[in-house]
Ligand binder design. Structure first.
Ligand code: SF4
Ligand code: SF4
Length: 278
């Protein structure tokens, strides 16, 4: 691990020294040994502040959205999930690939349950790779939890989600962290009559959650960030996984963010589409 950190730090130092990038987004230490924090490294002499360990859990890519028109390229240290997030945001016309310099780093899984089912530990796109690729594994249980949930009755499902959304405090952390939630203006922030209510109650919370689930349904990269940051412990990914499972059942193998050009399942129209429900 130490040689990877050294390689990472020296690569970032050089990129800043020769002006390839204006700054680099990565992970830095905190005062807690089991926590890291996203950092923005702007000076070569600060490259030693970058860390790479089991606790580098935060997604790095979404921070680039705060700087859509950078003077110099933005350096981003990316794992497999972060590379899918980059693809996601390029595909959504939110980022331009030419504005990014991607420092790929193969990932062996972090302190995050979602990593156990990860099918893309190596970055799918990068400009430079730190270390050597790790072995990839297909997750045969990708939709196991959803399949179990589908066995419940309609009333049981409603009761389950009603209880979950009674806990939601409408903080929008799940939206803010999500690379697929990248609209410049979000429906949830609208105040005019006719948009979603701002009340913190079951109906309003459910409308928010379900609308968000549908909005990211065919674009979710399964990074698990929404669930990781939810302060109330809502199993949000069950909703997006249900959407992805349905898409897989209807259209075949489908994963989002594997490249930056694949069309959206729910955003495309074709005269040959099945329309037996019309
Ligand atoms: S797992 Fe959650 S945070 Fe990640 S892309 Fe899907 S909805 Fe967004
Ligand atoms: S992060 Fe959790 S509590 Fe906050 S809005 Fe999302 S579901 Fe609700």
């Amino acid at each position: 691990m130490s040689s990877i950190i050294e390689e990472l730090q020296s690569t970032v130092k050089k990129l800043l020294e020769d002006g390839t990038v204006g700054y680099v987004i990565g992970w830095g230490a905190t005062r807690f040994p089991d926590r890291t924090t996203p950092v923005f490294i702007t000076r070569p002499e600060d490259a030693h502040k970058l860390v790479w360990n089991h606790y580098c859990v935060n997604g790095t890519a979404k921070y680039a959205l705060d700087d859509r028109y950078p003077e110099k390229k933005i350096g981003i240290i990316i794992r497999g999930c972060d590379s899918r997030a980059v693809n996601r945001m390029i595909q959504d016309n939110q980022l331009k690939r030419e504005n990014l310099y991607l420092i790929g780093i193969p990932c062996d899984g972090k302190e995050n349950p979602v990593c156990e089912g990860c099918q893309h530990k190596n970055p799918l796109v990068y400009d430079v790779l730190i270390g050597t690729p790790v072995e990839e594994k297909i997750n045969p249980d990708r939709f196991k939890e959803v399949a179990e949930f589908e066995k419940l009755s309609q009333d049981e499902k409603y009761e389950y989600w009603a209880k979950q959304y009674d806990k939601c405090i409408h903080c929008y952390a799940c939206r803010n962290v999500c690379p697929a939630c990248n609209c410049k203006e979000c429906y949830a922030d609208q105040y005019r009559v006719g948009w979603q209510g701002k009340q913190n109650n079951r109906n309003s919370n459910q409308v928010y959650g379900l609308t968000r689930a549908f909005h990211v349904g065919d674009r979710c990269i399964e990074c698990g960030e929404c669930e990781r940051v939810c302060p109330m412990g809502l199993p949000i990914m069950r909703q997006t996984k249900k959407m992805l499972k349905d898409i897989n059942d209807l259209f075949g193998d489908y994963e989002c963010g594997l490249n930056d050009s694949r069309p959206h399942v729910l955003g495309e129209f074709d005269l040959q589409d099945r329309d037996e429900f019309m």
